[in-house]
Ligand binder design. Structure first.
Ligand SMILES: Nc1ncnc2c1ncn2[C@@H]1O[C@H](COP(=O)(O)OP(=O)(O)O)[C@@H](O)[C@H]1O
Ligand SMILES: [Mg+2]
Length: 346
């Protein structure tokens, strides 16, 4: 730790204690951790100090500490105060790789948790199965999809794992160009997306009958809400009995895809019920939530209250929310497009 950082931390701890005393909610900073992106202070509250009272001071504390955002959480360690590290260290896929390789099959690398542990997501597990990535523009959704896709492609043979990409903007998956795992080039146009999802649904039904799940298929979808909106009422005419709405197709795949080895990883800036139905969202057990604009957006994106995802700092600062466990905050292991292409070609 640099001398400057040490002095900064001491001063910040004093500030926190001063603000708490001023608001009659005293407590002491007893320690903490310095993560690559975040400083975490552990707060030992005085007996009369209530957690809700400390929570309500998040804004005042951010002002006093002169930090862009401050998030308050409760863990088994007590009350935690998190704010950005003034000397952040980059978290990259390439630097993290030696620590995690060999990754188990069907397992994506997400990033590094606050505690400095790599965070992985095993798609075949029922707690993961399908992943919804939500966050405002610039929160790092597309970069997170790329990290997951590249880590899967690096760790699984194309015979064992296929990647399918849907991308209404047509730019998200350039890093995967040339990967032998790509079942086809990324799908941009809506009619083609409908047709691709229909064929996956047929495959799912076939695999269901045979009890097969190999090779695994991971369907990456960027800006899924845009795709759903654009696809509304744009049915591919004259096909079979299959659904023609993207929303219905995705819901069917999410409901029964896992046993057939088909997984959805979808990103959206708008997780709202108006665009993605509750039924569809409920079938994504794992939510990866980046910075959102408001507490209400945080609730919709995470599927639960009080995650404070609106207080995240953006650019790869995410929460993993799933099951009944407490959300895990992590920094996405970044890989650029060109670097991704190089890694996949190597
Ligand atoms: N994990 C990350 N680490 C560092 N910078 C990031 C990370 N993720 C995103 N960024 C930066 O933020 C910008 C926006 O990221 P992007 O993934 O396009 O966001 P979104 O898809 O949510 O709009 C990127 O161009 C990159 O510069
Ligand atoms: Mg994006």
């Amino acid at each position: 730790m640099s001398r400057m950082l040490r002095r900064y931390l001491e001063a910040q701890a004093d500030q926190v204690e001063a603000v708490l005393v001023a608001h009659r909610t005293p407590g002491r900073i007893t320690g903490g951790t310095i993560g690559p992106r975040l400083i975490r202070f552990c707060l030992d509250p005085a007996p009369q100090t209530r957690l809700s009272a400390v929570r309500s001071l998040a804004e005042d504390l951010a002002v006093a500490l002169k930090v862009p955002s401050l998030r308050i959480d409760r863990t088994h360690e007590g009350i935690i105060l998190e704010f950005p590290n003034p000397e952040p260290r980059p978290v990259t896929l390439v630097s993290l790789w030696p620590e995690v390789a060999p990754l188990p099959p069907n397992t994506a690398l997400l990033g590094l948790t606050d505690d400095g542990a790599p965070l992985l997501a095993r798609l075949s597990s029922p707690e993961v199965a399908h992943i919804l990535v939500a966050g405002t523009t610039g929160s790092g959704k597309t970069a997170l999809l790329r990290t997951m896709a590249v880590s899967l492609a690096l760790a699984n043979r194309p015979e064992d794992l296929r990647l399918f990409c849907l991308d209404p903007k047509g730019r998200a998956f350039r890093g995967l160009t040339g990967a032998p795992h790509l079942a086809r080039p990324p799908v941009v146009a809506v009619p083609e997306a409908i047709e691709a999802l229909q064929s996956l649904l047929r495959l799912m039904e076939l695999r269901d009958q045979k009890g097969e799940s190999h090779p695994r298929i991971v369907v990456f979808i960027d800006e899924v809400a845009d795709l759903v909106l654009q696809g509304d009422g744009r049915a591919a005419p004259g096909r079979n009995q299959q659904p023609t709405s993207i929303e219905t197709l995705l819901t069917r795949l999410a409901q029964r895809g896992r046993e057939a080895g088909i997984h959805l990883v979808a990103a959206t800036q708008r997780p709202s019920a108006a665009v993605l139905s509750g039924v569809l969202r409920a079938n994504f057990p794992l939510r990866l939530v980046g910075k959102v604009v408001s507490a209400e957006d945080a609730r919709v994106a995470a599927g639960r209250a009080q995650t404070d995802a609106h207080l995240l700092s953006g650019r790869g600062d995410f929460l993993a929310v799933g099951g009944s466990a407490a959300p895990i905050r992590f920094q996405v292991a970044y890989i650029g497009e060109q670097e991704a292409q190089q890694q996949l070609a190597a």
